[in-house]
Every structure is written in structure tokens, then in C-alpha cells.
Design a protein around this ligand. Structure first.
Ligand SMILES: Nc1nc2c(ncn2[C@@H]2O[C@H](COP(=O)(O)OP(=O)(O)OP(=O)(O)O)[C@@H](O)[C@H]2O)c(=O)[nH]1
Length: 416
């Protein structure tokens, strides 16, 4: 059975937009998760490492369970390999791209890298609301970067009035149609947008707080039941309570969490049509899908973040109940009486409640298999028809997000 994949989030934004501030916020609210921070810029390492982790003497304090290291893009694969070793016990990796870096290079490396233990966690673009016009004027590439983002954090909203915020928001939405935008001040977004709540109790972390030397050594040492359908839409509006001095206040990011469970298998075609047309505010989807007779041997672990979508097939564990379980996270989701109810209805309609028609060629799965990474050979189910996943839909290879958002084509690659 494959180990849990570690999300790799790329954090980008122009100089001074608030990346480090956001990172600090995530580290404070990491809920017991161990976050590895990779700084992709040797020039910035000293400043960033100090700000992020706090400097104690000549070593970097890792009280937050983070690891800071400098990395050049060409070295990234090696770092990811080391950081994903079980001994590092890392739950999430954040790569802070330097202000002027081309972020799509890093995204491509994560999507196409051959590390089977990572999963792409999204490209987050931090935007300085107060300097937006000036930044666009000085750096025309801002517009292109925005179009590539999976999530835009419109930061420093405390520095612009409501009309100013609305104006910038409208421009961002124009430049990056369909991309979820979270407004924030001092980077205070809800960490659940990026990673799950505690996976291990804090005590364990405290009991085994690692020194920088420990982590450095690790890096360099080579040596559930449900009814037929159960949906739950929850809405959370969290308030910041970091307890740190200074500018802490309210956390403005509101998000909705929707859980879906189905005992009847999902129709591959209908689920892909749903995913193709998922609403802009829906930022993350995670869970497992049972496609029933379309692939009785495997369950499909689904990770969607922003425009990117991946399925990782893995054999059903013996004795495991065949269920589809999904969690959807987003903001501004439709539905009544609760946000997200509309999504649950749509997912309900994706269930195969009738026996699926005979499909001897397995064509019904082709739309799904497009999203199984080519380079993860061990994921590939037996009998998988080759060559279907050229041009990953979540790819940035042509410099444009070729993902699901806005494409509206749920078509099978072979037109099936
Ligand atoms: N008023 C206000 N100031 C902010 C906010 N977020 C960050 N700042 C300040 O903006 C400055 C730059 O923030 P950083 O987090 O260092 O920005 P950065 O993107 O990491 O900067 P580089 O590492 O230079 O690319 C700092 O002085 C922050 O305190 C915000 O929402 N509102």
C-alpha cells in the first residue's frame, strides 16, 4: 500500500506582497502538522529563514516544526525525495518561490517529478492589494502569474478601503477567471485551505522537538461506514487567535467544507463531467472514489487543488468497505439551506444506481485515466491503456492553465 502523499504547495507573489507573513501565519496555525519550508532563493534565505523560523544564535530555530533550507530549482527533486522520507515525518511542504521567480517551472517539476510520495498542493499567489496597480505597471508578468494561480490571496486588504478592495478583486477575477480569491490581511487565511487539521497530537511534536542539526542530519543522511449517500455541508468562519503580539485580529477568510459519502459506485463519466464544471470557489477536493465495475480492483484517491486534478489508483485494501468519500473545500459555494448543498446534489447525481452498461474496452474510465500521472508507474492499474495521459490536464506546459476550469470539455481523449 502506498504511503500518504505529502502535499507540496508553491507560494509565490511579488517582493513584499506578504509571502513570509502568510507563511508565519501558517506555521503558527499548523495544528500539529510538521511543515517543511523550502526557500527557492539563496539570496533570500537569510532574511526569510530568520523571519519564518526565528534566529537563535547562529542556528535556525525550529520551534514551529518547520525546516528551512535553501534550494535551487535543479536541486528540488533531491530535497523532495529527502523530505518525503518517513523519518522526516513531514506533513506538508511549502516552497516559497522568490518574488521574481517563474513559478510555473516549479509547478511543472512537482507535477512531473518522479517522486511518488508527493502530491501537488497548489500554486498560491499572494497579491498586495495596496500596491496592485504599481506592481502591474512595473512587472507586466503579474497578469500572467495571476492566470496561473490555483488560489489568489488578496493580501493587505487593511490598506485599501472597501471600494479599493472591490476594484482590485474585480481586476484579479478578470485576469484569472475562475480562480478562487481569498481576501486577507497579514496573510491570515485559513490553513485548511492548504492542509488538513492535525494529523498527530501536538504533544508528540513537543516531546520530540527537532533541532536544526537533527533535521539537517535527516536530510543528508542517506543511510468508516455510511448510508448510501451522506452529505454534510459545514460552514466555518474562524477567528484568528494566534496570541502573538502585534497585528493579530480577525481572520476574514470564510470557507465551506462539504463531505460526501456514497455506497453506490460513481459513474466515471458523470463524475468527470462534474469535476470539469466544478465551480470557481471550490478550491480543494480530496478523498477516494469507487468506480464499481468500471475498475473493481482499485479505488481512486482524488486530489484536486485549484485547476489541478489527480487520480491515484490503488488496490482496495482487503475487507475494506467499498465507499466513495470526498471532502470539498471552498468559499462562496451555492446551496440552500447550507452552502455546498448544490454540490452534494450534483454528486448525488453522479452515483451509478443502475447497473452500468457493459463496457468491455473500459472506455468509461478513459476520462479518469487522463488524470492519472504518467510518471507514477506503480499507480497504474493492470490493463491501463497506455498513452492516454499526454498533456496532463492540470499541466502548465503551454504556459496557460490547461486544467479543468473553464474548459468544460469532459470529453474522453479518444472522443469516447
Ligand atoms: N498593512 C499590512 N502590511 C502587511 C500585510 N502583510 C504583510 N505586511 C507587511 O509587508 C511587509 C512585507 O511582508 P513580507 O511577508 O516580508 O513579504 P514577502 O512577500 O515575504 O517579501 P519578500 O520576501 O521580500 O518577497 C512586512 O513589513 C509585513 O509586515 C498586510 O496584510 N497588511
Amino acid at each position: 500500500m502506498s504511503r500518504k502523499r505529502i502535499p507540496v504547495v508553491v507560494l509565490t507573489g511579488f517582493l513584499g506582497s506578504g509571502k513570509t507573513t502568510l507563511l508565519n501565519h501558517l506555521l503558527r496555525r499548523r495544528a500539529g502538522n510538521r511543515i517543511a519550508v523550502v526557500v527557492n532563493d539563496f539570496g533570500a534565505i537569510e532574511i526569510d529563514a530568520m523571519t519564518v523560523a526565528g534566529q537563535v544564535g547562529s542556528t535556525v530555530s525550529l520551534g514551529n516544526g518547520c525546516l528551512c533550507c535553501a534550494v535551487d530549482a535543479s536541486e528540488l527533486d533531491g530535497y523532495l525525495e529527502r523530505l518525503t522520507r518517513p523519518s522526516a515525518r513531514i506533513d506538508i511542504i511549502v516552497i516559497e518561490a522568490s518574488g521574481l521567480a517563474e513559478p510555473q517551472e516549479i509547478v511543472r517539476m512537482i507535477l512531473h517529478g518522479d517522486n511518488p510520495h508527493t502530491v501537488y498542493g497548489g500554486l498560491i499567489q499572494v497579491v498586495d492589494a495596496a500596491e496592485f496597480d504599481a506592481t502591474r505597471a512595473r512587472h507586466p508578468e503579474t497578469d500572467r502569474h495571476l492566470a496561473l494561480a490555483d488560489l489568489v490571496v488578496l493580501n493587505k486588504t487593511d490598506r485599501v478601503g472597501e471600494p479599493g478592495r472591490r476594484r482590485v478583486l474585480a481586476t484579479v477575477e478578470e485576469l484569472s477567471p475562475g480562480t478562487p480569491v481569498v481576501c486577507a490581511s497579514f496573510g491570515r487565511i485559513d490553513p485548511e485551505l492548504l492542509f488538513d487539521a492535525a494529523v498527530r497530537p501536538d504533544e508528540e511534536e513537543n516531546a520530540r522537538q527537532l533541532s536544526f542539526e537533527d533535521l539537517y542530519a535527516e536530510l543528508y543522511d542517506d543511510g468508516h461506514g455510511a448510508g448510501d449517500h451522506e452529505g454534510h455541508a459545514g460552514h466555518a468562519e474562524h477567528e484568528g487567535h494566534e496570541g502573538h503580539a502585534g497585528h493579530e485580529g480577525h481572520l476574514h477568510a470564510a470557507y465551506d467544507t462539504v463531505s460526501f459519502t456514497a455506497r453506490a459506485p460513481m459513474s466515471p463519466r458523470r463524475l468527470m463531467a462534474f469535476l470539469d464544471s466544478r465551480p470557481p470557489g471550490l478550491y480543494r477536493i480530496k478523498g477516494r472514489v469507487d468506480f464499481g465495475a468500471a475498475d473493481p480492483d482499485n479505488r481512486y484517491v482524488l486530489h484536486a487543488v485549484g485547476r489541478s486534478l489527480r487520480f491515484h489508483p490503488e488496490p482496495w485494501p482487503r475487507g475494506e468497505e467499498r465507499l466513495t468519500q470526498l471532502v470539498l473545500i471552498g468559499s462562496g459555494l451555492d446551496g440552500s439551506p447550507r452552502p455546498g448543498d448544490a454540490l452534494l446534489k450534483e454528486l448525488d447525481a453522479c452515483r451509478d444506481t443502475e447497473p452500468a452498461p457493459a463496457d468491455p474496452d473500459g472506455r468509461s474510465m478513459w476520462g479518469v485515466l487522463r488524470y492519472v500521472p504518467d510518471d507514477r508507474a506503480e499507480d497504474r492499474p493492470h490493463g491501463h491503456p497506455g498513452g492516454l495521459s499526454d498533456g496532463h490536464p492540470g499541466d502548465l506546459s503551454d504556459g496557460r492553465p490547461g486544467g479543468l476550469s473553464g474548459t468544460g470539455t469532459g470529453a474522453d481523449p479518444a472522443g469516447a
